[in-house]
Design a protein around this ligand. Structure first.
Ligand SMILES: [Fe+2]
Ligand SMILES: [Fe+2]
Length: 207
């Protein structure tokens, strides 16, 4: 059932302030602002830009991690109680569904926002094949927003000096996968591998 308690950006920020840690609240603001910047930087026009007074990049950035405060158990309970389908891999690593749960929670909080925005929020965690411009911008912003201490401004400039949004996302994805491998965190998820192949094809065909 929809709660629809958020109808403006200010409402959204107040909700985040009340429900997220300070660090995550600031990260969400950073991702919102950076997603808008990335969309502008790459002259993206092929996406639904506004809904109900919200702009796409800002909305997706603000809501992309709202489920992140739920622990593994909370994420699984949320999916199971609402009939959201998840894979066996996700069941074993519930953090992977925080995009899906965030997207779903945002619908209860804000109403029936565009499906492409919902998809972008779902996909931000691991990436996926066939991501559109908005999805890629959110994926990039989540990695390069100013609060990310592991990056220098030089790193950010280097990523954004790529010729296209597909190339920029590809450079980030390769570095992420390399980092996971070095740290022995986990193997790249199936979705990340699918995104990598998809971006390679798109770049080869001139995107
Ligand atoms: Fe996230
Ligand atoms: Fe994030």
């Amino acid at each position: 059932m929809s709660e629809n308690i958020i109808s403006t950006v200010d409402d959204f920020k107040a909700y985040l302030r009340d429900n997220l840690s300070e660090k995550r609240y600031l990260h969400s603001l950073g991702v919102a602002e950076t997603t808008e910047k990335v969309l502008l930087h790459y002259n993206c026009n092929n996406y639904v830009k506004t809904w109900n007074g919200f702009s796409a990049g800002e909305f997706c950035g603000l809501c992309h991690d709202i489920a992140r405060e739920k622990g593994d158990k909370g994420l699984l309970e949320y999916c199971d109680s609402r009939g959201l389908e998840i894979s066996q891999v996700e069941r074993l690593s519930p953090v992977l569904v925080h995009g899906l749960v965030s997207a779903h929670m945002a619908r209860s909080l804000c109403g029936d926002y565009p499906a492409s925005w919902y998809r972008a929020v779902c996909e931000h965690t691991t990436g996926a094949a066939g991501m559109d411009q908005l999805s890629l911008a959110l994926f990039i912003a989540d990695f390069i927003e100013p609060g990310r201490r592991f990056l220098t401004d030089e790193d950010r400039k280097r990523y954004l000096s790529e010729d296209s949004i597909a190339r920029c996302a590809y450079a980030i994805l390769c570095d992420m996968m390399e980092h996971w491998k070095r740290k022995g965190y986990h193997d790249a998820s199936e979705n990340s591998v699918a995104l990598k192949e998809d971006l390679e094809n798109r770049i080869r065909s001139g995107e």
